[in-house]
Design a protein around this ligand. Structure first.
Ligand code: FES
Ligand SMILES: [Fe+2]
Length: 398
């Protein structure tokens, strides 16, 4: 790949229909708007809730609390090996069926309140003192299913029972670009959950550009992506899909790793390192609308993936879930190198987390009511347009 020749304002030229004006911030602080997003975005979109490798064995399950949709979802691999999603709600009197985060059942899940029991396909299999009910039809009282589908090992659910769009159609260009990528060759090394007093879009916006890297991250990642001929960063490519977006950038060819990083790089001897040939640049940032990000990094020894899921709890409260996927280390040098890389990235993201809350507080003051966006912040502009295109339909939808 050759280093990109930068021209000015080429993203506005590529996507002129997006315009170049400021973007209003009221949607990030308005409780009414958040209620629209809850109904018209989160309850109607395909949402990534986990990966198949979290439940590799039959009978294994995990629970995903979807506060933004006012529900709790149970994802379970059945005795038949199939992964299904259900509302985590007992058919008797609505108790939360599984109260913990994950587990493995021997073929049955039992509600703790009166011991109504469901099999791994969600069917109601046993009711204590069944004779004392009035014409109970167990065949109609299974767990309520949720539309569930899988793409490249990522499990998605869609709470819109009336929806007809398949996950494949929904993923659109993201799916086309990344189909066949070797996600299955990586394993999850760590998960961090950051509890933030910030709107979910504020948090996404602060990640959805690379302009801030040489400044906010001047101590942690000062020059990994800066241009050779100036100290700024510019994107290598931008692609906008039906709802999603991706921006890509290239490494600074003059970037010097630290002495410790160089030493660990030499010790890293992974056999058969995974390579993501589907990548566009050296660092790709796929925003899968509404709240998932897939970050692909080209590494010297191996490529790796980080995912974000931003889970809104309220208009000003979000859980930022960060998952690191690395190739399984088959030697100590690779393991050490991975821990070093993970720590550096974690330090960088801590700087971001602080910024998310500070930005939200600033917007909440209404001292400024618009975002001023430069050309390389175009994916922020597009994200707000897609949100508005969905949530702005409230009047028509009601
Ligand atoms: S509410 Fe679940 S068994 Fe009664
Ligand atoms: Fe950042």
């Amino acid at each position: 790949m050759t280093k990109t020749l930068m021209t000015d304002k080429r993203w506005a030229a590529k996507y002129p229909w997006l315009g170049t004006g400021p973007v209003a911030t009221e949607s990030c602080i308005s409780p009414d708007y958040f209620e629209r997003e809850r109904t018209l975005i989160f309850r109607r979109s395909w949402l990534n809730v986990g990966r198949v490798d979290e439940i590799p064995e039959r009978g294994q399950y995990f629970v995903r609390e979807l506060a933004v949709c006012h529900t709790s979802i149970l994802i379970m691999r059945g005795k038949d090996g199939k992964i299904r999603g259900f509302h985590n709600v007992c058919a008797h009197r609505g108790n939360r069926l599984v109260p913990h985060e994950r587990g493995q059942c021997p073929g049955k899940l039992m509600c703790n309140f009166h011991f109504w029991t469901f099999d791994t396909e969600g069917k109601l299999s046993w009711v204590p003192d069944e004779e004392n009910f009035h014409g109970l039809d167990k065949s109609k009282l299974g767990l309520t299913p949720v539309r569930t589908d899988i793409w490249e090992g990522f499990i998605f659910v869609n709470l819109d029972d009336a929806g007809t769009e398949s996950l494949e159609d929904y993923l659109d260009g993201v799916g086309k670009q990344l189909n066949g990528a070797p996600f299955g060759k990586l394993s999850r090394l760590r998960t961090f959950k950051v509890d933030e007093r910030a709107n979910w879009k504020v948090a996404i916006d602060a990640q959805n550009e690379i302009y801030h890297l040489p400044f906010q991250h001047r101590f942690t990642f000062p020059d990994a992506f800066v241009l050779k001929d100036n100290r700024y960063t510019r994107l290598f490519d931008v692609n906008l899909y039906k709802r999603h977006s991706v921006w890509s950038c290239e490494y600074n060819p003059d970037y010097k790793v630290s002495p410790l990083g160089a030493l660990l790089g030499r010790l890293d001897r992974l056999k058969d390192p995974p390579r993501f040939t589907q990548m566009i640049g050296d660092f790709d940032f796929f925003l899968v609308f509404p709240n998932m990000v897939i970050l692909l990094f080209k590494g010297a020894a191996w490529d790796f993936v980080v995912t974000y899921n931003f889970w809104p709890l309220a208009v000003d409260h979000t859980i930022w879930e960060i998952r690191y996927y690395y190739p399984p280390a088959d030697n100590a040098g690779t393991r050490l190198n991975q821990e070093y890389g993970l720590c550096r990235l974690r330090d960088t993201l801590q700087e971001d987390a602080k910024a998310h809350e500070a930005i939200h507080a600033g917007l909440r003051s209404r001292a400024k009511r618009e975002l001023q966006l430069q050309d390389d912040e175009i994916c922020i502009r597009y994200f707000h347009k897609v949100v508005d295109d969905h949530a702005g339909l409230l009047e028509a939808a009601e």
